[in-house]
Design a protein around this ligand. Structure first.
Ligand code: DC
Length: 212
């Protein structure tokens, strides 16, 4: 499941995973946990070698309760403004991506090879042979309105959130390493006018359509 922020990816992915009895992995949270470790260590977010050495000292995992860094839950800390501002820069480093993608692939293997995995490059790179690929989109304003309810958006206007979302989209889709884009064989769903339940239902039909 790929798409930019604020399209409802996490909520939809969790519900689809529940319905299918599968584990769920939020790969954005793995990049955020890496960013948290790097920011806490005071490392320059542009210094790829230093980032790689720092990450070698840490353990990033995804438990049922959410993202873990060195065995402790960091679901709230990874949503801080500082992490959100720096995560696109960290995730643009190709060798950093390789390390984090390896972790994501190992994680899915540990789940028996079946899971709902959400991110930006899951259908194009991480699991390019996935049996079902979904790409969610929605207009920037709709996404900003949805994000306005999130903890990380508190105190900001919808226009400010929309501007931040567009800046992050731009950074994520124009980077050289694994840019955000739909896989050629992904089903693209525009969620602007759909409820969460409607999106979940259409994905379940796609999955069931494949298995019959
Ligand atoms: O989904 P999110 O907003 O938590 O993702 C945070 C950042 O992580 C996003 O701006 C880009 C990066 N990311 C990525 O490069 N590849 C992924 N598969 C998931 C997230």
């Amino acid at each position: 499941m790929d798409g930019p922020s604020g399209v409802g990816k996490s909520t939809v992915s969790r519900k689809v995973a529940d319905r299918l009895g599968l584990s769920y992995l939020d790969t954005g949270a793995t990049y955020r946990a890496a960013t948290l470790a790097v920011v806490q260590a005071g490392i320059d977010i542009g210094a790829e070698d230093a980032i790689l050495s720092e990450l070698a000292e840490h353990d990033i995992d995804y438990a049922e309760s959410g993202i873990m860094l060195d065995g402790g839950p960091v679901a709230v800390a990874v949503r801080s403004d500082e992490v959100t501002r720096n995560v696109s820069a960290l995730s643009a480093h190709p060798r950093v991506r390789t390390v984090i993608v390896d972790m994501q692939r190992r994680w899915v293997q540990d789940q028996g090879g079946a899971a709902v995995v959400e991110g930006r490059d899951i259908g194009t790179v991480v699991f390019s042979d996935a049996p079902v690929k979904i790409y969610l989109t929605a207009s920037p304003l709709v996404r900003a309105r949805r994000r306005a309810g999130d903890a990380e958006a508190q105190g900001r206007t919808v226009e400010e959130i929309a501007a931040a979302i567009e800046a992050r989209d731009h950074a994520d889709s124009t980077r050289t390493a694994s840019p955000l884009r739909p896989a050629d064989d992904a089903t693209v769903i525009d969620t602007s006018e759909l409820s969460i339940e409607e999106v979940v239902e259409s994905i379940i039909s796609i999955v069931e359509g494949r298995s019959t």
